[in-house]
Design a protein around this ligand. Structure first.
Ligand code: SF4
Length: 263
């Protein structure tokens, strides 16, 4: 095994600023083969990535973390994307149902500490449970989301899942995303048209007013200090020099130390 640090990815990230999302998705498939998956909560940006995987024609599964308390509209969006785009959508589930969790721990999501515990059990742990199956995960984070994502790199190392996280939409602005969704008639969650700018669990998501920040509808009941679940590396406090361990030949391919796979 070899260490791959965030610093190792700096030059590649610089080069990839000029790549299209579709080129980045193709690069991911070429480098990681069957060891790459996409992860999507079936929100607008995630739906765009699913559509790009579909139109690019690459065989990349899509992981959906089903917390057991998702909106019905989200589940129906997942199923439509699976069926109409012909994607292999893999739903992950927490160990306990929400009822079992509440019986054991009480209603957690009503306090900041409980929210972190609940998100950990229902989102972070199900994803961590499949670590080892994949070396790379394609997400849909964008810098124009602001907050902790405003400087998100295209490639970043993620310690809990020991994967390279690939954000092919990192440079895509809001207008460009909306234009893509409209032009390609991408399947999107109908809740977006009812004032839900971002969509998570039904316990912790509300619509937002036109003058509110996009993420104001997430954990509104907790105030402004709980705005992320921690499933994405941008949203956590990473160490100063994060690193993961991957096979040496894979690290060589990622960093372009061989020449037959560069895009
Ligand atoms: S968003 Fe709310 S209900 Fe969902 S896992 Fe996090 S705290 Fe629990």
């Amino acid at each position: 095994m070899a260490r791959l640090t965030q610093a190792d990815l700096a030059d590649l990230n610089q080069t990839f600023e000029e790549r299209t999302p579709q080129e980045l998705i193709s690069w991911a498939k070429e480098i990681f083969g069957d060891r790459v998956a996409s992860i999507s909560a079936m929100q607008e940006a995630g739906a765009a990535v699913c559509h790009m995987i579909h139109t690019t024609g690459v065989d990349i599964p899509v992981i959906f973390v089903d917390t057991g308390v998702m909106f019905q509209e989200t589940l129906e969006t997942r199923d439509r994307i699976r069926d109409e785009y012909g994607l292999n959508v893999i739903s992950l589930h927490p160990e306990l149902t929400m009822e079992e969790q509440t019986e054991k721990y009480g209603v957690l999501y009503v306090t900041p500490e409980g929210q972190q515990q609940c998100c950990n059990m229902r989102k972070v742990e199900p994803l961590a449970a499949i670590s080892g199956q994949y070396d790379a995960l394609i997400g849909s984070l964008r810098r124009s989301e602001g907050g902790r994502r405003e400087s998100c790199p295209i490639l970043m190392v993620d310690i809990p899942t020991n994967t390279v996280r690939i954000n092919p939409l990192a440079v895509m602005e809001d207008d460009a995303l909306q234009a893509y969704l409209t032009e390609h008639k991408v399947i999107t969650n109908p809740l977006h048209r009812q004032g839900y700018t971002t969509i998570g669990c039904n316990r912790c998501t509300t619509p937002v007013l036109p003058n509110e920040p996009k993420r104001a509808g997430r954990w509104r009941h907790l105030g402004p200090w709980s705005v992320y679940c921690g499933i994405n590396p941008t949203d956590r406090d990473q160490t100063n020099s994060p690193a993961i361990d991957l096979p040496q030949d894979l690290v060589d391919r990622i960093l372009g130390r061989m020449t037959d796979f560069m895009i």
